[in-house]
Design a protein around this ligand. Structure first.
Ligand SMILES: Nc1ncnc2c1ncn2[C@@H]1O[C@H](COP(=O)(O)OP(=O)(O)OP(=O)(O)O)[C@@H](O)[C@H]1O
Ligand SMILES: [Mg+2]
Length: 246
């Protein structure tokens, strides 16, 4: 079956309607999202692009349950993450979401292996098992780096450890904010290869922010943002219509 048709038949994992976010700084209100509608299917690899300040990270943080929206609906994997109680949101974030940020955020005193193991012990439910963990490490090319501390790894390797840590508990959704932003082109490519492999081989749903159109072309769909809105809304509506037609 054609991959687009195959994906269109899958369930929505992200359902966002009229999402608005206003930051408040004392008396000043900063509108960051001005009514965003997005759907993402299970198994999609979506890139979000747009100029600095257009609201990309805000949108990602809302999807990850790190922020609460000012208005609108945001459902992730059937959970109303926008309005669920804090305890539900925290549990959901730990068990169902994987985050990769531009700065790798690894614990500097722990080895790569322990950074990954810690995430597995604290947040995991052992779903992947030992073989699953080895598969992830092999996929990421990290088998021989497990005893290295972050300072003994290249930027690309550190970012791959961060990806391993994010996917080790088999998250429903992997959210990546400029995962290649601080890497040279070789290291960027390796991280992108890994993301693509996770998507194609394991059906991992991925939403990735990037400034770079070449990086974005790794994804199967690009969402363009400007000034708190989705630019190619028509394309996304067309996509939703196609889905209804099938
Ligand atoms: N904690 C905050 N308090 C107040 N305003 C904020 C806060 N975080 C973001 N903003 C504002 O919200 C808008 C959107 O910011 P956001 O970080 O989502 O942009 P972005 O598209 O991710 O930009 P970049 O590409 O530079 O990372 C900007 O105007 C920003 O100044
Ligand atoms: Mg940002």
């Amino acid at each position: 079956m054609n991959r687009t048709v195959e994906i269109a038949r899958k369930k929505n994992i992200v359902l966002i309607e009229d999402l608005q976010m206003v930051y408040r700084m004392g008396k000043v209100e900063v509108p960051a999202l001005r009514g965003v509608d997005i759907t993402v299917k299970e198994g999609e690899f979506v890139a979000i692009m747009g100029p600095s300040g257009c609201g990309k990270s805000t949108l990602l943080h809302l999807m990850g349950g790190l922020l609460r929206p000012s208005c609108g609906r945001i459902h992730i994997a059937g959970v109303d993450i926008g309005s669920a109680p804090d305890s539900v949101r925290t549990e959901f974030r730990r068990r169902r979401m994987g985050f990769v940020f531009q700065g790798y955020n690894l614990l500097p005193t722990l080895t790569a292996g322990d950074n990954i193991e810690l995430a597995r012990r604290i947040y995991g439910d052992g779903k992947r098992g030992e073989t699953g963990v080895q598969q992830v490490l092999t996929l990421l090319g990290l088998q021989n780096k497990m005893d290295h501390k972050p300072c003994e790894l290249s930027g690309g390797e550190q970012q791959r450890v961060a990806v391993a840590r994010a996917v080790i508990n088999n998250p429903s959704l992997l959210l990546a904010d400029e995962p290649t932003g601080s890497l040279d082109s070789d290291n960027s490519q390796r991280v992108l290869d890994v993301l693509q492999e996770l998507n194609l081989q394991y059906g991992q749903t991925i939403i990735m922010i990037t400034h770079d159109s070449e990086v974005a072309s790794t994804a199967s769909r690009i969402i363009e943002m400007r000034d708190g809105r989705v630019l190619n809304r028509v394309q996304n509506l067309y996509y939703a219509m196609e889905e209804k037609r099938l």
